[in-house]
Design a protein around this ligand. Sequence first.
Ligand SMILES: Cc1cc2nc3c(=O)[nH]c(=O)nc-3n(C[C@H](O)[C@H](O)[C@H](O)COP(=O)(O)OP(=O)(O)OC[C@H]3O[C@@H](n4cnc5c(N)ncnc54)[C@H](O)[C@@H]3O)c2cc1C
Length: 391
Amino acid sequence: MMTRAERGARIIESGGGPAVHHAPSTERELIDLLQGAGPHVTFRIRGAGTWASVTERIRADATLDLSRLSGITEYVPGDLTLTARAGTTLADIAEATRANGQWLPLDPWGAPTGTLGATLATASTGPLAATLGLPRDAALGLSLVDAAGVRTTAGGRVVKNVAGFDLVRLQVGACGTLGILTEATVRLRPLPAVDRSCAIPLPAAQSDLTALLVSLRQIPLSPLAMEALNPALAACAGLPPAQMLLVRVGGSHPAVAQAVEALARHPHTTEIPSSAWPVLSASEPADAMSVRYSVRPSQWPSLWITVCAASDASARVHGTPSRGVVRVVGPAETQHRVQQAVAPLGAVEIAEPAGRGVTGVPALAELGRRVRDAFDPQRRLNPGVMDDGRS
Ligand SMILES: Cc1cc2nc3c(=O)[nH]c(=O)nc-3n(C[C@H](O)[C@H](O)[C@H](O)COP(=O)(O)OP(=O)(O)OC[C@H]3O[C@@H](n4cnc5c(N)ncnc54)[C@H](O)[C@@H]3O)c2cc1C
């Protein structure tokens, strides 16, 4: 007779990854699996597996596939809160909430078939984050299972619930190194009545670029998103291959109409379909290597121009002026060239997929190591992701 742990497991052949593949469909099965495995068995956590460059490079004894641990368990439209199991896809959440004129405004790069658990675990963001908040702001509560198979909860199911140390903020972005997220409660927002977007060609000179960004602050409605694209990425979104700024405005009919009218005063502005945004996110190659640079928003024009000049034509470069961020998606040679060019600007550099943890600040690296020691002393979960303190 099969043990409870065996019921959640099956063996498959998987190219490159561990051959043992567990796909529990309940939290109980997951707990039994972890408690039943030896203390030195390591696990690669996987949601839908869409971000292949992260999951495939984790070397572990077994894969813990959470895609079957899915489904919305509670949705309270009146409170704008939703609770779902970790393997629920962002697409499923979008469909369920749209029916009530609500949305979860997390739009990470990649496909909407990505899971809620992975999006929170990796703190993945997209263009909406500049206005509507980061995954840490959206997560109200979490259920998680640690490396020893012990279940913990953090936060709650209502908007005002934080007392004591906020474990939710620690777990969001920990990339599964401090626990396996099994369920999350998130804060929703009302869907804007009207959602329109425009593309504005970006000027080449730094002073003109700065002047454009300053003038955009005067439009009568704050944009939901504002993302600069290099020619390669503009082409992916179905636009002419030139540097473009996509501006998305949402709200009531009159407010959006006024904002679009103000945007149209910029020469050569065109209105684009809202579908350009998901097309853009989904255009990212599955094995993409990317590096994110950030500076103060006032320095963004200089960062943008420097990065674009150092990247070759096939690299995809995009940036969010209000967050001071520019992200480069391209091969190692491109990344090296950009890194050299950007060095004098003193930008903070984060290589994605997250893999290096905190580097360059010894006290922070030590703190990170001690936090991981407390949650997963054997480094059983996602070994090698973030600095596991042993290299
Ligand atoms: C090609 C591509 C490139 C991307 N690039 C970026 C990027 O550069 N920056 C960015 O912010 N986002 C990026 N994303 C974001 C990604 O879309 C989201 O994180 C998405 O929701 C991934 O979902 P998934 O279920 O397929 O994740 P998976 O690929 O299955 O897993 C992604 C990571 O999350 C961990 N994980 C998964 N589920 C859990 C869980 N329940 N508990 C703990 N850990 C878990 C995995 O171990 C892995 O490290 C990219 C996506 C794609 C497809």
